[in-house]
Design a protein around this ligand. Structure first.
Ligand SMILES: [Zn+2]
Length: 339
């Protein structure tokens, strides 16, 4: 039996999303391009997607039961049984040990050290493979193989599964994923790609990780808000959020302009460091700040002027998949599985 279906689960602290995807070789209007070394260029159609609250206070067994029910519901609705599914991918908000497939850290503590994949197999009464991955890594993977990487391939001819790319989420924190030739750089213990906790400024702002000057302390949405707030100390009650700061910038409000210029300096420094280590084809940005077009203005030029190898011209791209990157990244994990 040819297995052409995939299940993707995006498990977050507040919501869990499940998508059922059908892989085809023919393009259609609603299909998404997916390129992998094993299967070449294919197309994915999202047949159904559903969301439930994580309800983590109910505890691990209850949450796993809900995830299992979510998978069963979505299959039943489409008249499929679990054995027609090639595999299940699951994105979780923490580092995953690459061989033990166990979540090591993260704010959603109920999943830490649990055998999530095995437990879900038991609940679904199946032996189909279940792959676990860190959510920021999945953002990077899905953008490379199905999103920004497809556009990059169209312009350059370099296939998504041959690209080197770094996904950066500029949100409440700063998350990242590094993808080289469709492989996620996980490192020995799954801690690879935690680029938000690399130091931008020696002895800079203290970070909760124990270091000072981490990128996250300068590039997250809250850090931009805090930076702006220090400029309007006599008017602190009106403290705006990141989106409002960008709106003020577009109205040429001087403090907002100064804040964004400062923010971009931090970003250029961050991307320069990463380029000098990885020399990527491109960066792809996600998270709230990535939706602001001002961020991209002259960024590549400024970057090129600072990086060590002047032949490197990494592009800085906006994400293509938006909110869907997590669930799509999870669903395509079985396609790049080496086993
Ligand atoms: Zn840190």
């Amino acid at each position: 039996m040819k297995k052409e279906y995939l299940l993707g689960l995006d498990v977050g602290g507040t919501k869990i999303e499940c998508a059922l995807i059908k892989m085809t070789n023919g393009k259609s209007e609603e299909s998404l391009s997916v390129s992998t070394s094993k299967f070449g260029n294919q197309f994915a159609i999202i047949l159904d997607r559903q969301r439930i609250p994580t309800n983590r206070q109910a505890g691990y067994p209850s949450v796993m039961q809900n995830i299992s029910t979510l998978c069963k519901d979505i299959l039943q609705k489409t008249n499929l049984n679990i054995d027609q599914v090639m595999g299940i991918g699951m994105g979780v908000p923490g580092a995953i040990h690459p061989t033990k497939q166990i979540m090591l850290n993260g704010n959603t503590g109920i999943f830490i050290n649990q055998n999530i994949a095995f437990d879900l197999q038991q609940l679904l009464k199946t032996e189909i493979p279940i792959h676990l991955e860190n959510d920021a890594n999945l953002f990077a993977l899905s953008e490379v193989l199905c999103g920004a990487g497809q556009n990059f391939a169209n312009h350059t001819g370099k296939k998504p599964y041959h690209q080197t790319a770094i996904g950066i989420i500029l949100g409440t924190g700063v998350g990242g994923g590094i993808v080289i030739n469709e492989n996620i750089l996980r490192g020995t213990n799954g801690g690879g790609g935690e680029i938000g906790h690399t130091v931008l400024y020696y002895d800079g702002h203290p970070c909760y990780c124990g270091q000072n000057g981490c990128a996250e302390q300068y590039l997250s949405g809250p850090s931009l808000e805090a930076q702006f707030a220090t400029r309007i100390y006599n008017d602190i009650s009106k403290r705006p959020n990141s989106r409002e700061i960008f709106e003020l910038y577009s109205k040429k409000e001087p403090q907002a302009m100064a804040s964004i210029i400062q923010y971009k300096k931090h970003l250029v420094r961050f991307l320069t460091n990463l380029t000098n280590i990885f020399d990527p084809d491109y960066f792809v940005l996600g998270g709230g700040v990535s939706t602001q077009h001002i961020i991209y203005e002259n960024l590549s030029e400024e970057l090129t002027s600072k990086i060590f190898i002047k032949n490197s011209h990494p592009q800085v791209l906006k994400n293509v998949l938006g909110d869907s990157s997590g669930v799509i990244g999870a669903a395509i994990l079985p396609l790049i599985s080496k086993d």
